[in-house]
Design a binder for this molecule. Structure first.
Ligand code: GLN
Length: 485
């Protein structure tokens, strides 16, 4: 086993036993990046100097006998829609290609306080709109299991970086599945926390009522550790919740006895590939054999989730993206006649086609005369979707489904057909609409491509998700596979 294949908690053990310094570890990761990045293209920006500087400071702490936290000196990648002070943050868009934030996102401050080293900023679909990274204005990230396949999106760079050993951990953002779907495509663990569990301060907004930042990791233990570091109330995000962050590692018990698990039949229905369904059914049997009660249930409004999301998310996006006008920051078109021409040209040259499509959809849904028919209606349906979950959680401790209807698809397969691309989020979107937490973990392979299992939990019950995911992992070997690049 090579160093870059270790989990963060294994790396931590080497650091505190002084078998390895953080500087050596980080140098190894940058060597690994040099070796594979040409093929994978996970990163938009690398921050080697800053990473090594922090690594040396952690090494100093270890040498002087200080106790260090679990992420100290551990290489972490950050999605490029999360602001990093003094480090270019593009959101995958030409309109922000030269944007250097004057401040850090709260999660970045928390990583710094935990002593984590930041390896770089990872590629994403422009403004996190997409499911493959093909909408990035800069590069398409490749799936490390088969570079002809997409890594998923929008946090494809973060998923691929963790999968390929180009970082031990990563942060992503999830508005409709952008952490869980790429985690599933790349065979790593990815979690969308409860809405409000992690501060969105410094996350470049896509759809503010749906966006959440969350962890990518090579196993569930690492996921719990990173979640613990980034969670908690933040006065700078008015939607962040006041709650006491538990020690998530206390939930890492290999025990699901007595747990009630519901499987929404709508999530196993049309469009789910037979191999994915088979892998999920094997997971259901495993949970049963370990003492959980597993049965089919129903979330009757599921068929409305996609249309509801594709009104609400674009509506919020059209409003959030109004700020990119070429005046205060970001790209400004060169040759313009007057100020209106400057707005128009800056926006039409700065945004890519998918972002424009969303702005138009959203503006339409919010416009006078259509607002009630589309936006208001979507909000009402959102409540029905949320109530489906409320009812299900009266009966079940958690819900289980595939993360994505298929394994990773090939480049070019869906990029010309937005509707097909949107369908790949069919299993993840409801979770954002309801605001509950969801996790994806590896549960099998179709050929060489990983399949993801999604577990969905009650509000702020990340602990039960972690416990069930950990149990699954302890009783399977899928997470131990590593791609040959
Ligand atoms: N793929 C979905 C979209 O394009 C979800 C993206 C996300 O979660 N950021 O909107």
């Amino acid at each position: 086993m090579q160093l870059h294949q270790l989990t963060a908690h294994e790396m931590h053990d080497l650091l505190i036993n002084k078998e390895l310094s953080s500087e050596e570890l980080n140098n190894h990761i940058f060597d690994r990046i040099e070796a594979v990045e040409d093929k994978i293209k996970a990163y938009l920006t690398l921050t080697k100097e800053g990473a090594l500087e922090r690594a040396r400071s952690v090494d100093g702490q270890i040498q002087s006998g200080e106790r260090i936290g679990p992420l100290a000196g551990i290489p972490v990648a950050v999605k490029d829609n999360i602001c990093t002070k003094g480090i270019r943050t593009t959101a995958g868009s030409k309109i922000l290609s030269n944007f250097i934030p004057p401040y850090n996102a709260t999660v970045v401050e928390k990583l710094a306080a935990a002593g984590a080293t930041i390896v770089g900023k990872t590629n994403l679909d422009e403004f996190a709109m997409g499911s493959s990274t093909e909408n990035s204005a800069f590069i398409a990230t490749k799936n490390p299991w088969d570079t002809g396949c997409v890594p998923g999106g929008s946090s494809g760079g973060s998923a691929a970086a963790v999968c390929a050993g180009e970082a031990a951990l990563a942060l992503g953002s999830d508005t409709g599945g952008s952490i869980r779907q790429p985690a599933s495509f790349c065979g790593v663990v990815g979690m969308k926390p409860t809405y409000g569990a992690v501060s969105r301060y410094g996350l470049i907004a896509f759809a503010s009522s749906l966006d959440q930042i969350g962890p990518f990791a090579r196993d569930v233990t690492d996921c719990a550790l990173l979640l613990g570091v980034i969670s908690g109330h933040d006065p700078r995000d008015s939607t962040s919740a006041g709650y006491k962050v538990p020690d998530y590692t206390t939930f890492l018990n290999n025990n699901v006895r007595g747990l009630k698990i519901g499987v929404p039949e709508e999530f196993m229905a049309q469009g789910i590939s037979p191999e994915v369904r088979a892998a999920v059914e094997r997971a259901m049997s495993l949970y049963e054999s370990l003492g959980a009660a597993v049965e089919y249930t129903t979330l009757p409004h599921t068929e409305y989730a996609l249309p509801t999301y594709y009104i609400i998310a674009p509506a919020e996006a059209s409003s959030n993206l109004a700020r990119y006008d070429g005046v205060r920051y970001g790209f400004r078109a060169a040759e313009v006649a007057d100020v209106v021409d400057m707005f128009m040209k800056s926006r039409s040259q700065g945004f890519g086609p998918e972002v424009k499509r969303r702005i138009m959809l959203g503006t339409y849904a919010l416009s006078a005369g259509y607002y009630d028919a589309y936006y208001l209606k979507a909000l009402k349906v959102r409540t029905l979707i949320k109530q489906d979950f409320d009812r299900a959680f009266e009966k079940y401790d958690l819900l289980l489904s595939p993360t994505s209807p298929t394994p990773a698809f090939r480049f070019g397969d869906k990029v010309d057909d937005p509707f097909q691309m949107y369908l790949s989020d069919i299993c993840t979107i409801s979770v954002n609409l309801a605001g509950i937490p969801g996790i994806s973990l590896p549960c099998g392979f179709v050929g060489q491509m990983p399949v993801g299992l999604q577990l969905m939990g009650k509000y702020f019950d990340e602990g039960t998700l972690l416990r069930a995911a950990y149990t699954f992992e302890q009783n399977t070997d899928y997470h131990k596979e590593f791609p040959k690049i």
